[in-house]
Write a protein that binds this ligand. Structure first.
Ligand code: SAH
Ligand code: TRP
Length: 337
């Protein structure tokens, strides 16, 4: 709610709204207390992304084993211009943009049409929103940036529609970090942000052989393991915790029935750790696991069904040449004829 504006032109070229400042710590405390009291223990993936976590994710996107970023970039480079020509958006809302390196494939064609374009990156990581705003400010004529530091599971209703055509982008396979129930809720709410001519563009990883999937989440350099352990450091920093990351192994495996990668942290030995701000001692048995993340893999028909259940219609489906990853375009059902 606190707003600050930088930039010398009027109207300001950059505006950043911070929705989380008061709420972030409170929800971390509640989520950690709740998650670490459960069996199995569980932590929400949105807490991976402090400044260090965002940097580690950026490193993940460059790993040889982690193909999704390169596959999605390949698709965006091929069809970004076409999608923009068909959709004619004047506003790009991006959910969880991270560093927004791939987003140029959409912003470039939007701006080359002339006129004013608004970019609305919504990310729980303040460092991510500030970083990309800094990088994009002045990079384009006619670009207004309205950054939102917020939670895309809670703050979407606050994004007022400016009446111009809107494209909502959700890239990087982040939809797959929700389970089926969360996806249904999320897609339904996102449907509510769309006028009849607005579109939703989603990047999803595809079902494939176990070997390639598991390698992508078990890189040989150990970056993914460090990223996974980072959630423990976030708890230590913000909740006066004494969790010891080096006492946990990174575990990631593909569950073929659920069609998803599961990420866990497994205690190497039995031990306890204090979380000061929660006045809580957490006990871990040897081999006990904390579930930290899922990453669901999709097929076209599955996604089409999930869109339909949320009042959306699958309009276009694009994959990379090796068919590892898909970009799908959806619109409000029944209004797109
Ligand atoms: N879209 C980028 C980054 C994907 S990583 C890419 O394709 O490479 C996921 C991003 O979503 C991170 O930047 C993280 O900070 C953000 N994120 C995770 N959970 C979030 C939530 N609940 N609300 C808003 N942003 C979230
Ligand atoms: N959206 C990314 C994915 O599902 C997030 C991710 C990549 C991730 N590597 C990770 C999450 C490792 C936790 C741990 O591919």
């Amino acid at each position: 709610m606190a707003a600050c504006a930088t930039g010398a032109v009027a109207p300001p070229a950059v505006k950043i709204d911070v929705h989380l400042r008061d709420g972030a710590l409170a929800s971390l405390a509640d989520d950690v207390r709740d998650g670490l009291s459960r069996r199995p223990k569980e932590l929400s993936p949105k807490y991976f992304y402090d400044e260090r976590g965002s940097q580690l994710f950026e490193q993940i996107t460059r790993l040889p084993e982690y193909y999704p970023t390169r596959a999605e970039q390949e698709i965006l480079d091929r069809v970004g211009e076409h999608i923009v020509a068909e959709t004619q958006p004047r506003e790009l809302v991006e959910l969880g943009p991270g560093s927004a390196r791939k987003t140029h494939a959409l912003l470039d064609p939007m701006l080359s049409r002339g006129g004013e374009v608004t970019y609305v990156p919504v990310d729980v990581s303040e460092a991510a929103v500030m970083g990309l705003a800094e990088r994009l400010t002045g990079a384009y004529d006619g670009l207004r940036i309205h950054g939102v530091v917020g939670d895309f599971e809670q703050d979407l209703e606050r994004l007022a529609h400016n009446g111009r055509r809107r494209l909502v982008a959700f890239l990087g396979g982040t939809l797959g970090n929700f389970d089926r129930e969360q996806r249904r809720a999320f897609l339904t709410r996102t449907r509510g942000m769309l006028g009849p001519h607005d579109r939703l563009l989603v990047g999803t990883d595809l079902v494939k052989d176990r070997g390639r999937l598991e390698a992508a989440y078990n890189d040989s350099a150990g970056v993914t393991a460090e990223f996974n352990r980072n959630v423990l450091r976030v708890i230590n920093t913000n909740l006066d915790g004494e969790l010891e990351p080096e006492r946990f192994d990174h575990v990631a495996f593909y569950d073929e029935d659920e069609r998803r990668i599961e990420m866990r942290l497994r205690a190497r030995e039995q031990h306890s750790a204090r979380i000061g701000a929660l006045e809580m001692d957490v006990r871990f048995d040897e081999g006990e696991e904390i579930r930290t993340e899922i990453s669901c893999k999709f097929t076209r028909s599955q996604l089409a069904r999930e869109y339909a259940a949320a009042g959306l219609e699958l309009l276009a489906w694009h994959t990379d040449a090796a068919r590892r990853f898909a970009l799908s375009l959806a619109g409000p059902a029944g209004e797109t004829a």
